[in-house]
Design a protein around this ligand. Structure first.
Ligand code: SAH
Length: 370
């Protein structure tokens, strides 16, 4: 065996500590009671955390000092430590690298537009889906994030906005997309709880509208069916990337388990149950999936459905053998879809120059960016 010098101590991977945001309101009251405090203290903590976005325990002055510290220690432990922020687009895009209590690294991205602010959050550290064009997919899965670790990414963005720390003045998070690292439906329970924390009215949660939350999936069919039965109005995005099984088997390996037709059936089931328009994500990869005949096959499968295609110019990842489609191929692809009555838009590539764009999040290198 070759001796490899140990430069970095391997981080310990473990369960993140319990946090207020892991719990629903009844569980919070029970947790507070377990600590020997009156249950209404749970509502006070919720108001500070979700309502006022407070992160300084000493400012929670409606709770007596001793109780405050005991409660904060038990229910507001630090979960994510900021490693670094990288801004671009004049400060309207911010990619953040976080370190979990066990050393796990994850990323989130804040994107400010004239009419909205979207937080792109991670649901897992790494990802087990192994899509070959995605940076996160290359490293495998480290672990699931806890509900509170997911919520914290949004709360952090909300704090920066509330305090006017993001270019454009004070603001609020309006949208959340589960399009950071990980496959959200492979961490189903925690992601669902996170959606509830994000959308429960303040002060129980952050009070975002369900419609402004998008859960993006490779197409885990049983989990899509389950999501359809939750009574939520969140937007479902399905990462299709190919209309035919032969190619999709290679681009989205889970397709060997659930085929294009099954994934789309599940998506139409979601439309039927929720009345929500489904998004189909399609990364445009030069000479791989961008041929006119594939646009036509895709149109055939989607025509007449409550659906919208989101084309994402491929963000080539380091060492990738693939490139983005040419503008001409992309235009032709869009034209064929639109001509056949399928609503289609091309996603902007915010954060591209800071490796903060779709599929580029791969928190493997904690060294400072040059
Ligand atoms: N696991 C979820 C979330 C992944 S990230 C899912 O697969 O949907 C969100 C989107 O970015 C997915 O559609 C994903 O396929 C896409 N993506 C990943 N890598 C990309 C890349 N290098 N270029 C463009 N889009 C990419």
């Amino acid at each position: 065996m070759t001796a490899v010098p140990l430069i970095f101590e391997a981080p310990r991977r473990g369960r993140p500590p319990r946090h207020l945001a892991d719990l629903d309101p009844a569980e919070r009251r029970a947790a507070v009671a377990d600590l020997g405090e009156r249950p209404f203290r749970a509502d006070q903590l919720s108001r500070h955390y979700f309502g006022r976005l407070e992160d300084d325990v000493t400012r929670m002055t409606d709770v007596p000092t001793a109780a405050r510290h005991r409660l904060a220690e038990a229910l507001l432990p630090p979960l994510l430590t900021l490693v670094r922020n990288v801004d671009c687009d004049g400060g309207a895009t911010r990619k953040t690298l976080w370190r979990g209590a066990d050393g796990t690294l994850i990323e989130s991205v804040l994107m400010r537009y004239p009419d909205r602010v979207t937080m792109c959050v991670s649901s897992q550290a790494g990802c087990g889906m192994a899509c070959p064009f995605c940076a996160t997919g290359q490293g495998g899965l480290t672990r699931n994030l806890s509900t509170a670790e997911i919520v914290e990414q949004v709360v952090a963005g909300a704090r920066w906005l509330a305090r006017g720390e993001v270019a454009g003045g004070p603001g609020r998070v309006s949208n959340v997309v589960f399009m950071g690292m990980g496959e959200p439906l492979a961490n189903y329970g925690r992601v669902l709880s996170a959606v509830r924390r994000l959308t429960d009215p303040a002060p129980d949660g952050l009070g975002l509208s369900q419609r402004s939350v998008t859960v993006s999936t490779v197409g885990l069919v049983p989990a899509i069916h389950r999501l359809a039965g939750e009574g939520l109005a969140v937007t479902l995005a399905v990462s299709l990337h190919a209309p035919d099984d032969e190619l999709r088997d290679t681009l989205v390996p889970v397709n060997t388990r659930w085929k294009v037709a099954e994934v789309l059936d599940a998506a139409w089931g979601y439309v039927g149950a929720t009345g929500r328009r489904v998004s189909i994500e399609y990364a445009m990869i030069r000479d791989v999936n961008d041929q006119p005949w594939r646009a036509e096959l895709l149109a055939q499968q989607l025509r007449g459905r409550l659906v919208h295609v989101n084309l994402i110019p491929l963000n080539p990842t380091p060492g990738s053998r693939w490139d983005a489609s040419t503008p001409a191929a992309q235009e032709e692809f869009v034209r064929r879809l639109v001509d056949r009555g399928v609503a289609t838009t091309v996603r902007d590539t915010r954060g591209r120059e800071i490796a903060g764009a779709c599929g580029q999040l791969a928190a493997v290198d904690p060294s400072p960016l040059s």
